[in-house]
Design a protein around this ligand. Structure first.
Ligand SMILES: [Zn+2]
Length: 259
């Protein structure tokens, strides 16, 4: 899950709480069984709303961490995993405030909850690829890393008609050159990073999540958030209120980068 930049640097810095949470959060993802239950595979809903396909944004780097700084827009991006009830609650809070978000789904999560792909798109949000199993993709041999990307891409394609608009690597804020190349080969011209880390996966309490995000967010920011944590649900209404007060509109990542 993480999206914590680097487990080793966290250890070095003595961020014990963050590391413990990382172990709980990302470790849980790592232990998720790779294969879907047979019932889930056969219960796949037919695609009803075609998702947008990945596109190249001229002038943007191959790894995008933020959008234009001169427009009052931000992108809230979510690691897609965990209890679907929490995911639905987060999406409902976003929609209540007129916000659109980007969900980077883990393939094994889609196997277990295939209806979530449709739920995300039906809310007007954007859906992307966050690898099949959410392991440390930067440390993998080429073939394994590629399979992590294409495994999730195939599931997104089957469920929505598209491989998803974005790819975000697992357990890292930044992709290695190899992972960026593999993502390109799989059909994603850009890798999606972020410039604001909410640290919501450390379960610091909703107030801390709000403080962390509002303390660092500014025009063009891409914020890393996670489904699967109650704090994130509780943080959403006040966070969206504060963004509105600052006239920062929460849009999809594609909207963030589109004039
Ligand atoms: Zn993640």
């Amino acid at each position: 899950m993480l999206c914590y930049p680097d487990r080793r640097s966290a250890l070095r810095s003595g961020a014990a709480a963050a590391v413990a949470a990382l172990t709980a959060a990302c470790g849980t993802g790592a232990r998720t069984p790779a294969g879907p239950p047979a019932e889930a595979a056969t219960a796949t809903p037919a695609p009803v709303r075609a998702a947008a396909t990945p596109r190249r944004f001229p002038g943007q780097p191959d790894e995008i961490a933020h959008g234009p700084r001169d427009r009052s827009r931000v992108a809230l991006t979510f690691h897609g995993n965990g209890d679907p009830a929490i995911a639905r609650a987060v999406l409902a809070e976003a929609e209540r405030a007129g916000a659109r978000v980007t969900v980077l789904a883990i393939g094994s999560w889609l196997d277990a909850h295939p209806d979530m792909a449709r739920r995300v798109l039906d809310g007007g949000h954007e859906l992307g690829n966050h690898t099949q199993r959410h392991l440390a993709i930067n440390d993998m041999p080429e073939a394994e890393a590629y399979a992590e990307i294409t495994g999730c891409a195939q599931r997104l394609k089957r469920l929505t008609g598209s491989i998803g608009t974005w790819f975000r690597p697992s357990q890292t804020q930044y992709a290695t050159p190899l992972v960026k190349e593999l993502a390109r080969r799989a059909g994603y011209p850009h890798v999606l990073s972020y410039d604001v880390d909410s640290l919501d996966f450390t379960s610091p309490g909703a107030a801390a999540v709000i403080r962390t995000v509002t303390g660092t967010i500014h025009s063009g920011s891409v914020v890393s958030l996670h489904f699967g944590y109650a704090d994130t649900v509780d943080a959403m209404p006040p966070l969206l209120e504060e963004l509105a007060r600052r006239k920062l509109r929460a849009v999809t990542t594609t909207e963030l980068l589109t004039s």
